[in-house]
Design a protein around this ligand. Structure first.
Ligand code: BDR
Ligand code: CA
Length: 314
């Protein structure tokens, strides 16, 4: 039975790879794409989401635009050196024909979950302001979603935009604090596992061959993105962060998880850090263990995950 999901995203090169999976995988029923600023501004994110759906022949998938900036802090400049100014490696892009859904991302999430209570999984792979806004509109969502899967955070791995913070958490720590402690069933897929996964040129050649016009955009934007990984991190390939959230959903046996309590640092030099207190572990004060229980990914079979991505899109 397919998984009905809403995919919340800031495309973004690795977002585009994950969107392709969400559009193509036979076990996913993609109910909609919701967009946020992050890797690009929100208008560009919406443009890219519409384009990717169109290239996959899936213009039937609604795209609803969401957060243009963080809840509290000022917006950081988009990381054009990683994803390109257009979010897709500055390659030339075909014209978009479709139009976005008139609703806000938050309203779209509320309407869609309420239409199918208990069925819908929210997969979020950008700053999480849209989920925080949806919770504000309808606090009872916590009991109506099937699960929330968050690509973000880091437990033992350290950060990628600061020594301790992962980009999606850092970009809106106040929203992240609300979403990660809301009390809905939640799984965190962070850098502890996404850094174990390296999507190589060989994988991307298979994806390009399998995905027609969409494959061309994925392959060309991959070149720009992997240049960043080579230059800054000395990696031959790229980490397909956002696809890992879908890999966890469909192939959880490739991941090791642990139950516990999360908190997000919202201010100061550790802003955006995710703090994890394993279930049952006593600390000097109880406050670390007072947020609702969630599940975090701690390890993954990285090779099997990237093979699954390539296989899905071949
Ligand atoms: C996350 O940050 C973004 O740049 C990526 O698209 C991914 O969602 C990784 O830290
Ligand atoms: Ca992303």
């Amino acid at each position: 039975m397919p998984y009905p999901i809403i995919f919340d995203t800031d495309p973004g090169v690795d977002d585009a790879q994950a969107i392709a999976i969400a559009l193509r995988h036979p076990d996913i029923e993609l109910l909609g794409l919701t967009t946020t600023y992050g890797n690009v501004d929100v208008e560009t994110a919406t443009h890219n989401a519409l384009l990717l759906a169109q290239l996959a022949g899936r213009s039937d998938v609604p795209v609803a635009q969401g957060a243009a900036s963080p809840l509290v802090k000022p917006r950081h400049p988009a990381p054009a050196h990683i994803h390109g100014k257009n979010g897709l490696g500055d390659i030339e892009l075909p014209k978009v024909q479709g139009k976005r859904d008139p609703r806000s991302a938050a309203q779209f999430i509320v309407d869609t979950v309420n239409a199918r209570p208990g069925e819908v999984t929210l997969v979020t792979v950008g700053p999480v302001g849209n989920l925080a806004a949806a919770l504000q509109l309808d606090p009872a969502l916590v009991d109506k979603v099937k699960r929330v899967v968050v690509m973000g955070g880091s437990i033992r791995e350290g950060g990628n935009v600061t020594p301790v913070a992962e980009a999606n958490m850092f970009n809106d720590p106040h929203a992240a604090q609300r979403v990660l402690t809301a009390g809905w069933p939640l799984t965190l897929v962070g850098l502890d596992v996404t850094h174990r996964c390296v999507l190589t040129r060989e994988h991307m050649d298979r994806i390009e061959a399998g995905q027609g016009a969409l494959g061309k955009v994925l392959a060309e934007s991959y070149t720009f993105y992997s240049d960043f990984y080579r230059e800054f991190l000395g990696i031959d390939g790229c980490c397909p962060h956002d696809s890992c959230a879908l890999a966890w959903l469909l192939r959880p046996e490739l991941f090791t998880t642990a139950p516990g309590h999360l908190a997000v640092v919202t201010e100061g030099s550790a802003e955006g850090q995710t703090i994890f207190a394993p279930e049952g572990r006593g600390f000097i004060q109880e406050r670390w263990s007072q947020t609702p229980l969630v599940e975090v990914c701690l390890e993954a079979d990285g090779q099997a995950v990237v093979e699954w991505i390539a296989e899905t899109l071949s």
